[in-house]
Design a protein around this ligand. Structure first.
Ligand code: G3I
Length: 450
């Protein structure tokens, strides 16, 4: 029998109270039933990633949300040409290294983004003649892929090489304009040699449904496959909003690419909006990916709305305070995960709290054993503090499953190994007291939790 603290003053006597052994096992299993995006996606054989900015990794909530929820990271800007080779042949990897080290040390995969792209190009690239540009392009690919060899799951080798609109033509860029259509094939061949273990992807936007642009990419991938040009995957950026909603033929489009013998990946997903409408759109995307065997994973283009490139459109799964949005719950559910309405990050989380209940578990002429049971309130807790005041002239000769500090006769006890408790779960610490002539009961003060 254990008693809530508020009853102790009236009821605790010197007599021995039998206490059943306490265990947290049942509660722990309950807490573990709550999935994350990453764990739920893993249950479907997929990764769930986010674009990551190195300069936000020092923000505790940003890093905690990333680390808890995601199994893949894409550096949002840090691997782009202007960030990594600002002047010819001088590579700067510090920011990208920070993202890769953070992700890899936490077991995440990394998507490399991106090697050859018309945007975020340093100006020196645009000044080169054809021969020099070819050498520079291959040098850039070799420089990045060599530095990160073995660390990158998939590389966006070429990004956004096709024009918008109905023509299906290639986009004008230094590469296209000086090297012609063959630059894409050359980039992929160079990339394969640079890191044979990495998956090599072509990545683009507005190719999410069947349309002239995706038809042009499809024709290129089909040609590459038929001629043995090394390509392993196609990335569908999937930036959606009311003017550009999730296409009705999204799944069908993913499937036709998969049928060419490449993996497909959703690489930069974000959907502007809020509430149930945004949630429903996210569900469509996840459902489409799960319906295509070769859709190997989903990356959302940022962790929190506040740092999105479209922050005004609140397009992501966590709001600016890192609270889970309805879109988060929809994605988790679509991935087959079980939600945790009371879990960390949900709006309306109950505050961390605990109670402390005292029992005397053994008693003999010169001493006794006391036990204090700590029980978490309606929220999970990561630590607790309880106080025990001993009647003079008693003294504590030993204490277990807790860490005591003393101020006069007041013993403050904090966890040793047992700070983390699921909501409603319990742990206990015990101590042996030398009576020194007094058998009076100690007073157990309040429990505080964090
Ligand atoms: O870091 C500088 C900062 O020092 C400066 O004060 C500030 C002033 O403008 O600019 C900051 O750099 C910005 C950078 O994002 C980091 O926030 C650039 O101006 C801005 O252009 C850059 O935008 C990035 C954009 O690519 C550039 O094209 C976005 O963050 C990034 O999300 C976006 O990502 C692209 C993908 O790579 C490819 N697909 C489309 C996607 C969305 O545009």
């Amino acid at each position: 029998m254990t008693m809530p603290l508020r009853c102790l003053a009236r009821t605790v006597g010197a007599g021995l109270v039998a206490v059943a052994a306490l265990t947290t096992a049942g509660h722990t299993a309950e807490a573990e039933a709550a999935d994350t995006l990453g764990s739920a996606a893993a249950g479907q054989g997929r990764y769930f990633g986010a674009a990551v900015a190195a300069n936000h990794l020092g923000e505790a909530d940003y890093a905690a949300t990333l680390d808890r929820e995601f199994t893949s990271a894409t550096p949002e800007n840090e691997m782009k040409w202007d960030a990594t080779e600002p002047s010819r042949g001088t590579f700067t990897f510090a920011a990208a290294d920070r993202v890769v080290a953070h992700a890899r040390s936490r077991g995440m995969d990394v998507r490399g983004h991106t090697l050859v792209w018309h945007s975020q190009l340093p100006s020196w690239v645009g000044t080169l003649g054809a021969a020099d540009l070819r050498t520079a392009m291959n040098g850039h690919i070799n420089g990045l892929m060599g530095h990160y060899k073995g660390e990158i799951h998939s590389w966006d080798v070429v990004n956004e090489a096709f024009q918008d609109g109905g023509s299906g033509a290639r986009r004008s860029s230094p590469f296209q304009d000086r090297l012609g259509d063959g630059f894409i094939e050359e980039a992929f061949r160079t990339a394969r040699a640079a890191d044979p273990a990495a998956k090599l992807c072509y990545n683009d936007y507005n190719t999410d449904g069947v349309n002239a642009k995706s038809n042009a990419v499809y024709a290129m991938v089909k040609d590459f496959r038929s001629r043995g040009v090394p390509i392993d995957c196609v990335g569908f950026q999937s930036h959606f909003n009311s003017a550009s909603p999730v296409p009705a033929d999204y799944r069908q489009n993913l499937q036709r690419f998969a049928d060419l013998g490449v993996d497909v990946q959703i690489t930069e997903l974000d959907i502007e909006g809020s509430g149930s409408a945004q949630a429903a759109s996210y569900t469509k995307v996840v459902d489409a990916c799960l319906a295509v065997d070769r859709c190997t994973g989903i990356t959302v283009w940022g962790v929190t709305d506040k740092y999105s490139w479209r922050s005004g459109g609140t397009p992501l799964l966590f709001d600016g305070d890192y609270r889970k949005k309805p879109a988060y719950d929809a994605v988790l559910t679509a991935l087959g995960g079980s939600g945790d309405p009371g879990g960390p990050g949900d709006p309306g989380d109950p505050a961390a709290s605990c109670t402390a209940a005292y029992t005397r578990t053994a008693d003999w002429s010169s001493g006794y054993n006391g036990q204090v049971t700590i029980t978490a309130g309606d929220a999970p807790i990561s630590s607790w503090t309880a106080t025990v005041t001993l009647p003079s002239p008693q003294s504590v000769s030993s204490l277990w499953n807790g860490t005591p500090t003393w101020t006069g006769t007041v013993m403050t006890v904090r966890p040793s190994w047992n700070g983390t408790l699921a909501a409603g779960a319990s742990t206990s610490f015990g101590f042996t007291v030398a009576k020194n002539g007094s058998g009076a009961a100690p007073t157990v003060g309040g429990c505080t939790a964090s």
